[in-house]
Design a protein around this ligand. Structure first.
Ligand code: PMP
Ligand code: GLU
Length: 406
Protein backbone atom coordinates (compact mmCIF):
# COMPACT_ATOMS: atom_id res chain seq x y z
CA UNK A 1 0.00 0.00 0.00
CA UNK A 2 1.28 3.48 -0.83
CA UNK A 3 1.25 5.64 2.31
CA UNK A 4 1.65 8.89 0.43
CA UNK A 5 -1.37 8.15 -1.73
CA UNK A 6 -3.36 7.00 1.31
CA UNK A 7 -2.87 10.35 3.00
CA UNK A 8 -3.54 12.44 -0.12
CA UNK A 9 -6.69 10.86 -1.54
CA UNK A 10 -9.98 11.83 0.10
CA UNK A 11 -12.04 9.14 1.82
CA UNK A 12 -14.79 9.87 -0.71
CA UNK A 13 -12.54 9.31 -3.74
CA UNK A 14 -10.86 6.30 -2.14
CA UNK A 15 -14.20 4.64 -1.39
CA UNK A 16 -15.61 4.91 -4.89
CA UNK A 17 -15.13 2.00 -7.31
CA UNK A 18 -14.27 2.69 -10.95
CA UNK A 19 -17.09 1.95 -13.44
CA UNK A 20 -16.78 -1.77 -14.22
CA UNK A 21 -18.50 -1.37 -17.58
CA UNK A 22 -16.00 1.27 -18.71
CA UNK A 23 -13.13 -0.83 -17.29
CA UNK A 24 -14.09 -3.82 -19.46
CA UNK A 25 -14.46 -1.55 -22.49
CA UNK A 26 -10.96 -0.17 -21.90
CA UNK A 27 -9.49 -3.66 -21.41
CA UNK A 28 -10.99 -4.97 -24.66
CA UNK A 29 -9.72 -1.91 -26.52
CA UNK A 30 -6.19 -2.53 -25.17
CA UNK A 31 -6.28 -6.28 -25.96
CA UNK A 32 -7.46 -5.61 -29.53
CA UNK A 33 -4.70 -3.00 -29.97
CA UNK A 34 -2.18 -5.69 -28.94
CA UNK A 35 -3.54 -7.88 -31.75
CA UNK A 36 -5.72 -10.29 -29.72
CA UNK A 37 -8.80 -11.71 -31.43
CA UNK A 38 -11.55 -10.60 -29.05
CA UNK A 39 -15.34 -10.55 -29.43
CA UNK A 40 -16.44 -7.68 -27.20
CA UNK A 41 -19.86 -8.10 -25.60
CA UNK A 42 -18.70 -5.66 -22.90
CA UNK A 43 -19.17 -2.12 -24.15
CA UNK A 44 -22.61 -0.61 -23.64
CA UNK A 45 -22.39 1.57 -26.73
CA UNK A 46 -23.76 1.36 -30.27
CA UNK A 47 -21.24 0.23 -32.90
CA UNK A 48 -22.78 2.62 -35.47
CA UNK A 49 -21.41 6.08 -36.21
CA UNK A 50 -23.40 9.19 -35.40
CA UNK A 51 -25.77 10.10 -38.31
CA UNK A 52 -24.15 12.46 -40.84
CA UNK A 53 -26.57 15.39 -40.40
CA UNK A 54 -25.74 15.51 -36.67
CA UNK A 55 -22.00 15.57 -37.40
CA UNK A 56 -22.47 18.23 -40.08
CA UNK A 57 -24.46 20.44 -37.71
CA UNK A 58 -21.59 20.39 -35.21
CA UNK A 59 -18.93 21.04 -37.87
CA UNK A 60 -20.98 23.90 -39.32
CA UNK A 61 -21.41 25.40 -35.85
CA UNK A 62 -17.65 25.32 -35.25
CA UNK A 63 -16.98 26.87 -38.67
CA UNK A 64 -19.58 29.55 -37.96
CA UNK A 65 -17.66 30.54 -34.86
CA UNK A 66 -19.85 28.93 -32.22
CA UNK A 67 -16.81 28.34 -30.06
CA UNK A 68 -17.51 30.38 -26.95
CA UNK A 69 -19.24 29.83 -23.63
CA UNK A 70 -22.96 29.26 -23.97
CA UNK A 71 -25.74 29.60 -21.35
CA UNK A 72 -25.30 27.02 -18.56
CA UNK A 73 -28.41 24.86 -19.23
CA UNK A 74 -28.01 25.18 -23.05
CA UNK A 75 -28.98 27.73 -25.72
CA UNK A 76 -32.73 28.53 -25.90
CA UNK A 77 -33.12 26.78 -29.30
CA UNK A 78 -31.73 23.52 -27.91
CA UNK A 79 -33.84 23.62 -24.73
CA UNK A 80 -36.89 24.34 -26.88
CA UNK A 81 -36.07 21.41 -29.21
CA UNK A 82 -35.76 19.04 -26.25
CA UNK A 83 -39.05 20.29 -24.77
CA UNK A 84 -40.73 19.85 -28.17
CA UNK A 85 -39.36 16.29 -28.51
CA UNK A 86 -40.64 15.37 -25.04
CA UNK A 87 -44.06 16.87 -25.76
CA UNK A 88 -44.42 15.20 -29.19
CA UNK A 89 -42.81 11.80 -28.57
CA UNK A 90 -43.29 11.26 -24.84
CA UNK A 91 -46.48 13.26 -24.13
CA UNK A 92 -44.65 15.15 -21.37
CA UNK A 93 -46.22 18.56 -20.91
CA UNK A 94 -43.12 20.73 -20.43
CA UNK A 95 -41.57 24.11 -21.24
CA UNK A 96 -37.96 25.00 -22.15
CA UNK A 97 -37.25 26.28 -18.60
CA UNK A 98 -37.76 22.68 -17.43
CA UNK A 99 -34.86 21.44 -19.57
CA UNK A 100 -31.14 21.29 -18.78
CA UNK A 101 -28.55 19.87 -21.17
CA UNK A 102 -25.47 18.29 -19.59
CA UNK A 103 -22.36 16.24 -20.34
CA UNK A 104 -24.10 12.95 -21.02
CA UNK A 105 -27.11 11.39 -19.38
CA UNK A 106 -24.60 10.35 -16.73
CA UNK A 107 -23.92 13.91 -15.63
CA UNK A 108 -27.64 14.75 -15.88
CA UNK A 109 -28.24 11.92 -13.40
CA UNK A 110 -25.41 13.07 -11.16
CA UNK A 111 -26.78 16.62 -11.06
CA UNK A 112 -30.32 15.39 -10.44
CA UNK A 113 -29.18 13.31 -7.48
CA UNK A 114 -27.01 16.13 -6.10
CA UNK A 115 -29.95 18.51 -6.45
CA UNK A 116 -32.45 16.46 -4.42
CA UNK A 117 -30.58 14.09 -2.09
CA UNK A 118 -29.31 15.06 1.36
CA UNK A 119 -27.15 12.90 3.63
CA UNK A 120 -29.22 10.10 5.13
CA UNK A 121 -31.93 10.22 2.47
CA UNK A 122 -33.02 6.93 0.98
CA UNK A 123 -33.18 6.20 -2.74
CA UNK A 124 -35.17 3.15 -3.83
CA UNK A 125 -34.08 1.26 -6.89
CA UNK A 126 -35.01 -2.14 -8.37
CA UNK A 127 -31.91 -4.31 -8.73
CA UNK A 128 -30.01 -5.51 -10.73
CA UNK A 129 -29.40 -1.91 -11.83
CA UNK A 130 -26.82 0.04 -13.79
CA UNK A 131 -23.44 0.31 -12.05
CA UNK A 132 -23.30 4.09 -11.65
CA UNK A 133 -26.49 4.79 -9.67
CA UNK A 134 -25.17 3.58 -6.33
CA UNK A 135 -21.90 5.57 -6.41
CA UNK A 136 -23.82 8.69 -7.48
CA UNK A 137 -26.27 8.34 -4.59
CA UNK A 138 -23.47 7.67 -2.13
CA UNK A 139 -21.51 10.72 -3.32
CA UNK A 140 -24.55 12.75 -2.28
CA UNK A 141 -24.57 11.04 1.14
CA UNK A 142 -27.71 9.05 0.35
CA UNK A 143 -28.41 5.38 0.94
CA UNK A 144 -29.61 2.94 -1.70
CA UNK A 145 -32.60 0.80 -0.76
CA UNK A 146 -32.73 -2.15 -3.10
CA UNK A 147 -35.92 -3.71 -4.42
CA UNK A 148 -34.50 -7.06 -5.52
CA UNK A 149 -36.00 -8.67 -8.62
CA UNK A 150 -35.57 -12.10 -10.17
CA UNK A 151 -34.95 -13.40 -13.67
CA UNK A 152 -38.29 -15.28 -13.46
CA UNK A 153 -40.18 -11.96 -13.25
CA UNK A 154 -38.12 -10.54 -16.13
CA UNK A 155 -36.27 -8.47 -13.47
CA UNK A 156 -39.40 -6.36 -12.98
CA UNK A 157 -40.49 -5.09 -9.56
CA UNK A 158 -44.17 -5.04 -8.59
CA UNK A 159 -45.96 -1.91 -7.31
CA UNK A 160 -46.29 -3.50 -3.86
CA UNK A 161 -42.49 -4.02 -3.74
CA UNK A 162 -42.06 -0.26 -4.06
CA UNK A 163 -44.78 0.37 -1.45
CA UNK A 164 -43.01 -1.97 1.00
CA UNK A 165 -39.64 -0.23 0.49
CA UNK A 166 -40.91 3.29 1.20
CA UNK A 167 -40.00 4.81 4.60
CA UNK A 168 -40.21 8.37 5.97
CA UNK A 169 -36.62 8.85 4.71
CA UNK A 170 -37.41 7.93 1.09
CA UNK A 171 -36.62 10.85 -1.13
CA UNK A 172 -36.32 9.32 -4.59
CA UNK A 173 -36.93 6.25 -6.72
CA UNK A 174 -34.75 5.43 -9.72
CA UNK A 175 -36.45 3.60 -12.56
CA UNK A 176 -34.56 2.57 -15.69
CA UNK A 177 -36.81 1.14 -18.40
CA UNK A 178 -35.65 -0.37 -20.73
CA UNK A 179 -33.03 -1.60 -18.30
CA UNK A 180 -29.29 -1.75 -18.34
CA UNK A 181 -28.19 -4.51 -17.53
CA UNK A 182 -31.38 -6.61 -17.72
CA UNK A 183 -32.61 -5.76 -21.23
CA UNK A 184 -36.20 -5.96 -19.98
CA UNK A 185 -38.77 -3.17 -19.60
CA UNK A 186 -42.01 -2.25 -17.85
CA UNK A 187 -45.14 -2.13 -20.00
CA UNK A 188 -47.37 0.97 -19.78
CA UNK A 189 -49.79 -0.64 -17.28
CA UNK A 190 -46.93 -1.60 -14.98
CA UNK A 191 -45.58 1.97 -15.12
CA UNK A 192 -49.04 3.33 -14.29
CA UNK A 193 -49.39 0.94 -11.34
CA UNK A 194 -45.96 1.87 -9.94
CA UNK A 195 -46.74 5.57 -10.37
CA UNK A 196 -50.05 5.09 -8.51
CA UNK A 197 -47.97 4.05 -5.50
CA UNK A 198 -45.42 6.87 -5.82
CA UNK A 199 -47.82 9.72 -6.60
CA UNK A 200 -49.41 9.62 -3.13
CA UNK A 201 -46.04 10.40 -1.47
CA UNK A 202 -45.31 14.15 -1.53
CA UNK A 203 -41.62 13.92 -0.71
CA UNK A 204 -40.71 11.30 -3.31
CA UNK A 205 -39.25 12.31 -6.67
CA UNK A 206 -39.05 9.75 -9.48
CA UNK A 207 -35.84 9.75 -11.50
CA UNK A 208 -36.83 8.06 -14.76
CA UNK A 209 -33.76 7.08 -16.78
CA UNK A 210 -35.10 6.73 -20.33
CA UNK A 211 -31.79 6.64 -22.19
CA UNK A 212 -32.84 3.41 -24.02
CA UNK A 213 -36.41 4.58 -24.74
CA UNK A 214 -36.06 4.46 -28.55
CA UNK A 215 -34.54 0.96 -28.53
CA UNK A 216 -37.57 -1.27 -27.81
CA UNK A 217 -38.46 -4.52 -29.59
CA UNK A 218 -41.39 -6.75 -30.46
CA UNK A 219 -43.74 -3.79 -30.92
CA UNK A 220 -43.45 -2.88 -27.24
CA UNK A 221 -44.49 0.55 -26.06
CA UNK A 222 -42.48 2.80 -23.75
CA UNK A 223 -44.46 5.03 -21.42
CA UNK A 224 -42.78 8.05 -19.82
CA UNK A 225 -43.95 8.40 -16.20
CA UNK A 226 -43.83 12.22 -16.49
CA UNK A 227 -46.64 12.03 -19.06
CA UNK A 228 -49.03 10.98 -16.28
CA UNK A 229 -50.67 14.05 -14.73
CA UNK A 230 -50.09 12.72 -11.20
CA UNK A 231 -46.34 12.43 -11.86
CA UNK A 232 -45.51 15.45 -14.03
CA UNK A 233 -44.63 17.65 -11.06
CA UNK A 234 -42.50 15.03 -9.31
CA UNK A 235 -40.48 13.32 -12.06
CA UNK A 236 -37.00 13.97 -13.44
CA UNK A 237 -36.80 12.43 -16.92
CA UNK A 238 -33.28 11.62 -18.14
CA UNK A 239 -32.33 11.01 -21.77
CA UNK A 240 -29.59 11.91 -24.23
CA UNK A 241 -27.96 11.37 -27.60
CA UNK A 242 -25.65 8.49 -26.67
CA UNK A 243 -27.73 5.40 -27.34
CA UNK A 244 -30.46 6.29 -29.85
CA UNK A 245 -28.17 8.47 -31.97
CA UNK A 246 -24.99 6.38 -31.60
CA UNK A 247 -23.23 9.36 -30.04
CA UNK A 248 -21.62 8.07 -26.83
CA UNK A 249 -18.46 10.13 -27.31
CA UNK A 250 -20.32 13.41 -27.76
CA UNK A 251 -21.32 13.54 -24.10
CA UNK A 252 -24.73 15.12 -24.61
CA UNK A 253 -27.59 14.27 -22.28
CA UNK A 254 -30.55 16.13 -20.87
CA UNK A 255 -33.03 16.23 -18.04
CA UNK A 256 -36.59 17.45 -17.86
CA UNK A 257 -37.85 18.32 -14.39
CA UNK A 258 -39.92 20.87 -12.47
CA UNK A 259 -38.31 24.30 -13.07
CA UNK A 260 -37.13 24.59 -9.43
CA UNK A 261 -35.11 21.37 -9.75
CA UNK A 262 -33.68 22.47 -13.12
CA UNK A 263 -32.60 25.74 -11.47
CA UNK A 264 -30.77 23.82 -8.74
CA UNK A 265 -29.13 21.55 -11.32
CA UNK A 266 -28.07 24.60 -13.40
CA UNK A 267 -26.53 26.19 -10.32
CA UNK A 268 -24.47 23.04 -9.73
CA UNK A 269 -23.56 22.77 -13.42
CA UNK A 270 -22.43 26.42 -13.47
CA UNK A 271 -19.80 25.57 -10.88
CA UNK A 272 -18.72 22.26 -12.37
CA UNK A 273 -18.69 22.14 -16.17
CA UNK A 274 -20.34 25.48 -17.16
CA UNK A 275 -22.25 23.72 -19.98
CA UNK A 276 -21.87 21.10 -22.69
CA UNK A 277 -19.49 21.90 -25.59
CA UNK A 278 -21.15 24.82 -27.42
CA UNK A 279 -21.19 23.27 -30.91
CA UNK A 280 -22.94 20.08 -29.75
CA UNK A 281 -26.09 22.11 -29.11
CA UNK A 282 -27.06 22.75 -32.78
CA UNK A 283 -26.21 19.07 -33.38
CA UNK A 284 -28.64 18.08 -30.63
CA UNK A 285 -31.36 20.14 -32.34
CA UNK A 286 -30.65 18.42 -35.69
CA UNK A 287 -30.68 14.98 -34.06
CA UNK A 288 -34.02 15.55 -32.35
CA UNK A 289 -35.72 17.31 -35.27
CA UNK A 290 -34.54 15.45 -38.35
CA UNK A 291 -32.92 12.07 -37.70
CA UNK A 292 -35.90 9.87 -36.93
CA UNK A 293 -35.25 7.61 -39.95
CA UNK A 294 -31.64 6.97 -38.94
CA UNK A 295 -32.76 6.08 -35.41
CA UNK A 296 -35.40 3.67 -36.77
CA UNK A 297 -32.83 2.02 -39.00
CA UNK A 298 -30.45 1.43 -36.07
CA UNK A 299 -33.34 0.25 -33.89
CA UNK A 300 -34.25 -2.29 -36.60
CA UNK A 301 -30.68 -3.62 -36.62
CA UNK A 302 -30.73 -3.93 -32.81
CA UNK A 303 -34.05 -5.78 -32.99
CA UNK A 304 -32.58 -8.37 -35.39
CA UNK A 305 -29.55 -8.75 -33.14
CA UNK A 306 -31.78 -9.15 -30.08
CA UNK A 307 -33.55 -12.09 -31.77
CA UNK A 308 -30.25 -13.65 -32.80
CA UNK A 309 -28.81 -13.22 -29.32
CA UNK A 310 -31.86 -14.74 -27.66
CA UNK A 311 -31.70 -17.76 -29.95
CA UNK A 312 -27.93 -18.28 -29.53
CA UNK A 313 -27.87 -17.84 -25.73
CA UNK A 314 -30.83 -20.24 -25.33
CA UNK A 315 -28.66 -23.17 -26.48
CA UNK A 316 -25.81 -22.54 -24.03
CA UNK A 317 -25.65 -25.49 -21.64
CA UNK A 318 -26.97 -24.71 -18.15
CA UNK A 319 -27.68 -21.02 -18.83
CA UNK A 320 -31.05 -19.27 -18.43
CA UNK A 321 -31.91 -15.79 -19.70
CA UNK A 322 -35.07 -13.68 -20.06
CA UNK A 323 -35.52 -12.59 -23.71
CA UNK A 324 -34.43 -9.03 -24.49
CA UNK A 325 -37.27 -6.49 -24.75
CA UNK A 326 -35.29 -3.26 -25.09
CA UNK A 327 -31.84 -1.59 -24.76
CA UNK A 328 -29.05 -3.83 -26.14
CA UNK A 329 -28.31 -6.19 -23.28
CA UNK A 330 -28.97 -9.74 -22.14
CA UNK A 331 -28.24 -10.75 -18.57
CA UNK A 332 -27.99 -14.55 -18.41
CA UNK A 333 -27.71 -16.55 -15.18
CA UNK A 334 -24.43 -18.44 -15.43
CA UNK A 335 -24.31 -19.71 -11.84
CA UNK A 336 -24.55 -23.35 -12.98
CA UNK A 337 -20.90 -22.94 -14.06
CA UNK A 338 -19.77 -21.97 -10.55
CA UNK A 339 -17.69 -24.64 -8.82
CA UNK A 340 -16.60 -26.14 -12.15
CA UNK A 341 -13.24 -26.10 -13.96
CA UNK A 342 -12.54 -24.68 -17.41
CA UNK A 343 -10.62 -26.46 -20.17
CA UNK A 344 -7.73 -24.10 -19.38
CA UNK A 345 -7.67 -25.37 -15.76
CA UNK A 346 -9.29 -22.33 -14.13
CA UNK A 347 -11.78 -22.71 -11.29
CA UNK A 348 -15.00 -20.83 -12.01
CA UNK A 349 -16.11 -19.63 -8.58
CA UNK A 350 -18.17 -16.53 -9.43
CA UNK A 351 -19.17 -14.13 -12.22
CA UNK A 352 -15.74 -12.45 -12.06
CA UNK A 353 -13.78 -15.66 -12.61
CA UNK A 354 -16.32 -16.73 -15.25
CA UNK A 355 -15.74 -13.49 -17.20
CA UNK A 356 -11.97 -13.60 -16.73
CA UNK A 357 -11.65 -17.23 -17.89
CA UNK A 358 -14.00 -16.70 -20.84
CA UNK A 359 -11.92 -13.72 -21.95
CA UNK A 360 -8.54 -15.42 -21.51
CA UNK A 361 -9.52 -18.80 -22.97
CA UNK A 362 -12.17 -18.02 -25.61
CA UNK A 363 -11.46 -14.36 -26.38
CA UNK A 364 -15.00 -13.30 -25.42
CA UNK A 365 -15.53 -10.24 -23.22
CA UNK A 366 -18.60 -9.95 -20.95
CA UNK A 367 -19.25 -7.85 -17.83
CA UNK A 368 -19.52 -9.75 -14.52
CA UNK A 369 -22.84 -8.93 -12.86
CA UNK A 370 -21.59 -8.14 -9.34
CA UNK A 371 -21.61 -4.33 -9.61
CA UNK A 372 -25.20 -4.36 -10.87
CA UNK A 373 -26.31 -5.50 -7.36
CA UNK A 374 -29.27 -7.73 -6.52
CA UNK A 375 -28.94 -11.21 -8.07
CA UNK A 376 -26.24 -9.72 -10.35
CA UNK A 377 -23.42 -11.90 -8.93
CA UNK A 378 -25.04 -14.95 -10.58
CA UNK A 379 -25.14 -13.23 -13.96
CA UNK A 380 -22.97 -11.73 -16.67
CA UNK A 381 -24.02 -8.94 -19.02
CA UNK A 382 -23.61 -9.16 -22.77
CA UNK A 383 -24.15 -6.13 -24.96
CA UNK A 384 -25.30 -6.98 -28.47
CA UNK A 385 -24.17 -3.68 -29.94
CA UNK A 386 -21.98 -5.48 -32.47
CA UNK A 387 -22.53 -6.95 -35.94
CA UNK A 388 -24.38 -10.23 -36.47
CA UNK A 389 -21.30 -12.19 -37.62
CA UNK A 390 -19.48 -11.21 -34.40
CA UNK A 391 -22.55 -12.15 -32.32
CA UNK A 392 -22.60 -15.59 -34.00
CA UNK A 393 -18.86 -16.04 -33.48
CA UNK A 394 -18.88 -14.86 -29.83
CA UNK A 395 -21.91 -16.96 -28.94
CA UNK A 396 -20.51 -20.14 -30.44
CA UNK A 397 -17.14 -19.57 -28.75
CA UNK A 398 -18.98 -19.16 -25.43
CA UNK A 399 -21.18 -22.21 -26.00
CA UNK A 400 -18.11 -24.35 -26.85
CA UNK A 401 -16.24 -23.04 -23.79
CA UNK A 402 -19.21 -23.81 -21.55
CA UNK A 403 -19.51 -27.28 -23.06
CA UNK A 404 -15.92 -28.05 -22.04
CA UNK A 405 -16.39 -27.15 -18.35
CA UNK A 406 -15.88 -30.13 -16.05
N1 PMP B 1 -28.19 5.43 -17.91
C1 PMP B 1 -27.94 4.17 -18.28
C2 PMP B 1 -28.82 3.09 -17.78
C3 PMP B 1 -26.86 3.88 -19.11
O1 PMP B 1 -26.61 2.62 -19.48
C4 PMP B 1 -26.04 4.94 -19.55
C5 PMP B 1 -24.86 4.58 -20.42
N2 PMP B 1 -23.67 4.97 -19.95
C6 PMP B 1 -26.36 6.24 -19.14
C7 PMP B 1 -27.43 6.45 -18.32
C8 PMP B 1 -25.58 7.46 -19.50
O2 PMP B 1 -25.18 7.54 -20.81
P1 PMP B 1 -24.47 8.84 -21.35
O3 PMP B 1 -23.78 9.50 -20.20
O4 PMP B 1 -23.53 8.36 -22.38
O5 PMP B 1 -25.55 9.70 -21.90
N1 GLU C 1 -23.81 2.60 -20.15
C1 GLU C 1 -22.77 1.89 -20.81
C2 GLU C 1 -22.54 0.57 -20.13
O1 GLU C 1 -23.20 0.27 -19.17
C3 GLU C 1 -21.52 2.71 -20.98
C4 GLU C 1 -20.54 2.66 -19.85
C5 GLU C 1 -21.05 3.39 -18.64
O2 GLU C 1 -21.20 4.60 -18.71
O3 GLU C 1 -21.29 2.69 -17.66
O4 GLU C 1 -21.70 -0.18 -20.55
Amino acid sequence: MNTTTDTIISRRAAAIKPSSTLAITARVRAMKAEGHDIIGFGAGEPDFTTPDPVCEAAVNAIRAGMTRYVPVPGIPEARAAVAQKLRAENAIDCEPDQIIISNGGKFSLYLAIQAIIDPGDEVIMPTPAWVSYQPMVELAGGNIVEVPTTAESGFLAAPEDFAAAITPRTRAVILNSPSNPCGTMYDPDAIRAICDVLSSHDRITLISDEIYERLVYGGREHLSPASLPSMSGKTITINGLSKAFAATGWRVGYACAPASIVKAMSKLQSQMTSSVASFTLPALVTALESCSEEVDRMRGAFERRAALMEQRVSVWPGVTCPPPMGAFYVFPDVSSAFGRTSAGGRTISDAGSFAESLLEEAGVAVVPGDDFLGCGPNHVRLSFALDEASIEDGCSRTGDWLGRLT
